[in-house]
Design a protein around this ligand. Structure first.
Ligand code: CMC
Length: 380
């Protein structure tokens, strides 16, 4: 392999971005200059979305206007419902999310208009429309009907309302909101880069988001939050078990898995080597959910895996590690975790689509050929 080749583009800086800054040395993440933990502590997700798109925090009026828009555009689109109903209930929910965005694009009156105004309008509409897709998909798999949105509730509370058909306690809504803020944006990760590659060909916004969803699905990226829960399930969740006993079983599982050279989902990161900047905030939200639901054994499993991984390989958890069990405690089915990530990352993806569009260059790298030399076709 040539010295010039950077497998996985590791360490390669491909463009500028003003949307977020990841600093692995200080384990920090800024959205448009603001520390993500401060945003998660203080702002509704709708305000963070506007910040990512426009570059500045919204005024009270701007936020109110957007919240009204979101409330007016959050009902499940009938075309989307029809398309979802054609899909089997045992397909992966990420396939449903990918299809839904495609259908929304095909039906959007400004699908082919890539002016900054139209792009922002489409981003806002997608933000508002997607939670109903996740909520309906989870419900239909449980044999339940659509729950109409509740205009008295904000984005996060309504997301949970449409999923579970019941208003959730304030602390649950808040933990969900925190997860949405933390998942929203993370510079040139695989799915965002996918969205930028698609945009660079001058394709449309919905195509770029659809492609990004495909990239997010994989367990090395967004699919890790679902995979974390499969690990917990494999170890076995025993309600009422003591924290110590659960931790002991988790440690034994981890030692065995590492001896078999398994990749453990929810640990490690391409950019952060000393810990993911988002984990402390998400872990605090998970702790609140564990206390709220009285599920100490989950903390035992969490701590046991983390400690064993730390001792064996000094590899730290990433955001997906605390997010997975948090969504589980809230009552989401495991396969819905990555579609929830879509609902959040729509903000970051569409901000990058707009940024790419504003100073576009076709993304088209080179490769070094290592196949056979030129040869002749066999006679006859
Ligand atoms: N479990 C076991 N070993 C690991 C892990 C892990 N989760 N992560 C890294 N390592 C080891 C890896 O085996 C390798 O060891 P060696 O040098 O002995 O071969 C070394 O650490 C470097 O790993 P790498 O895979 O070359 O590092 P990378 O920068 O290419 O990978 C990663 C980053 C995220 C793909 C990887 O850590 C991983 O596969 N983690 C599990 C999947 C996961 O949790 N993904 C979510 C990523 S963050 C949030 C998101 O995007 O959703």
């Amino acid at each position: 392999m040539s010295d010039e080749i950077k497998k996985g583009l590791a360490g390669v800086v491909v463009d500028y971005t003003a949307i977020s800054k990841v600093n692995p040395e200080t384990n920090s993440l800024l959205y448009r200059g603001y520390p993500v933990q401060d945003l998660a502590a203080n702002l509704p997700f709708e305000a963070v979305a506007l910040l990512l798109w426009t570059g500045d925090l919204p005024t009270e009026d701007e936020l109110k206007q957007f919240q009204e828009f979101e409330r007016a555009h959050r009902a499940l689109d009938p075309n989307v419902k029809q398309a979802i109903d054609l899909l089997p209930t045992d397909c992966h929910p990420m396939d449903v999310g990918r299809t839904a965005v495609s259908v929304l694009g095909a039906n959007h009156p400004k699908a082919e208009d890539s002016s900054p105004e139209a792009e922002l309008e489409k981003a806002k509409a997608l933000f508002a429309a997607f939670p109903a897709v996740v909520a309906y998909d989870q419900r239909r798999r449980r044999g339940q009907d659509v729950v109409e949105p509740n205009a008295d509730l904000d984005y996060s509370a309504n997301f949970l309302w449409m999923t579970f058909g019941e208003e959730q306690p304030e602390e649950v809504v808040d933990a969900f909101r925190v997860s949405m803020v933390l998942y929203a944006e993370h510079s040139f990760n695989a799915s965002t880069f996918t969205a930028r590659v698609i945009t660079s060909t001058l394709s449309d916004l919905h195509s770029a988001v659809t492609g990004a969803i495909g990239a997010l699905k994989g367990p090395l990226h967004g699919g890790a939050n679902e995979a974390v829960m499969h690990t917990f399930d494999e170890i076995g969740i025993r309600k009422e078990e003591s924290r110590e006993d659960a931790a002991g079983r988790a440690k034994a599982w981890m030692e065995d898995a590492l001896a078999q050279k398994k990749k453990i989902m929810g640990f490690g990161h391409r950019v952060y080597k000393n810990g993911d900047s988002r984990v402390p905030t998400m872990k605090a939200a998970l702790d609140r959910m564990i206390a709220h639901y009285g599920r100490d054994e989950m903390l035992g499993l969490y701590d046991g895996l983390e400690a064993a991984m730390g001792e064996a390989k000094d590899i730290k958890p990433n955001l997906d590690y605390p997010a997975g069990p948090t969504y589980h405690l809230m009552g989401f089915d495991t396969e819905m975790f990555t579609p929830i990530f879509i609902a959040s990352r729509i903000t970051g993806w569409t901000a990058h689509i707009m940024e790419q569009r504003a100073s576009n260059a076709l993304i088209r790298p080179l490769s070094e050929y290592n196949g056979p030399d030129q040869r002749e076709l066999p006679n006859g």
